[in-house]
Design a protein around this ligand. Sequence first.
Ligand code: GDP
Length: 184
Amino acid sequence: MAFHSEEEQTEDYLFKIVLIGDSAVGKSNLLTRFARDEFYPNSKSTIGVEFQTQKMEINGKEVKAQIWDTAGQERFRAVTSAYYRGAVGALLVYDISRRQTFDSIGRWLNELHTHSDMNVVTILVGNKSDLKDAREVTTAEGKGLAEAQGLFFIETSALDSSNVSAAFQTVVREIYNILSRKVM
Ligand code: GDP
């Protein structure tokens, strides 16, 4: 474990990060996998909690990510502006086994930009990478869209844990780096 002086530890960062994307793409399970290392095979979107605060270490500094889950609001196309308010990061999630969830990405990006700052650090997340036989969206398509829109990109599986921490860490690290550059 890294050693930090007391002086270094006095700084405290809290970043609001939102999960967005169509219903049932795995947003709640990405969060429970990341925050509690738990997975729910038959979860109902409505069980999602409002947010979870997760401590992370970036460049030896403790950072808190306050990660918001829609808790099923998106099924009624009713994600409120309060949900986006103050967000500095976003995980924009689709399901690699359901093309229609990938086709919705443009609409989610519009919504994100309508309700928040253009500079929200955003990662496009192709979830359910374990469903290899049911894949409808190729990795190259995901990467291509992310590049065209200036987003980070990753494929994850909340089921087998693959890349879940990396998805959240990519966003938090970039926010931290942007902030450190501004402070300096
Ligand atoms: P949300 O509505 O976007 O929050 O989606 P949920 O997290 O509620 O997940 C919807 C369904 O997909 C549930 O039945 C989950 O068990 C399932 N699911 C979520 N992530 C994965 C994954 O990575 N792989 C597989 N195979 N199923 C997943």
